[in-house]
Ligand binder design. Structure first.
Ligand code: SF4
Ligand code: SF4
Length: 125
């Protein structure tokens, strides 16, 4: 991914308009169960061209947006397992097939450590 929205989210939807990658959808449009605003990891580019992740910059809720693993082929199994567990739901492209990381790797912030990602640390803007 990416970043991940947790159950601390208050569904204010402030982040949706800010995302440059149209990666965020409201709870009503989320492809997974849970009732929270959702980040599509196959779209998220971690705002690598900006100084800060724009979603976190406007989010009023501590702990609502946390780091997830890079959306790269190396983590394909991780994300597919997450889909099996209901955390993600990847779109299926007509030609490319399911947009898991192996099929659609995304840019990620190399400055964020694997440890911080594994620990689901807050994305601080
Ligand atoms: S980090 Fe950037 S690209 Fe990813 S969901 Fe947040 S605003 Fe969108
Ligand atoms: S801005 Fe934060 S609290 Fe509001 S919908 Fe987005 S993640 Fe949830």
């Amino acid at each position: 991914m990416s970043v991940y929205i947790t159950d601390s989210c208050i569904n204010c939807d402030a982040c949706i308009e800010e995302c440059p990658a149209t990666a965020i959808v409201s709870a009503d449009d989320s492809p997974v169960e849970g009732g929270y605003t959702y980040v599509k990891p196959e779209n998220c580019i971690e705002c690598v061209d900006s100084t800060v992740p724009k979603c976190a910059d406007v989010c009023p809720t501590e702990g609502a947006i946390v780091w997830d693993m890079p959306y790269t082929a190396e983590y394909d199994d991780y994300y597919l397992a997450g889909q099996d567990e209901g955390r993600y739901k990847f779109r299926v492209h007509k030609k490319k097939g399911m947009l898991s990381p192996a099929n659609q790797p995304r840019p990620f912030r190399e400055s964020v450590s694997a440890q911080a990602r594994e620990n689901r640390e807050n994305v601080v803007a």
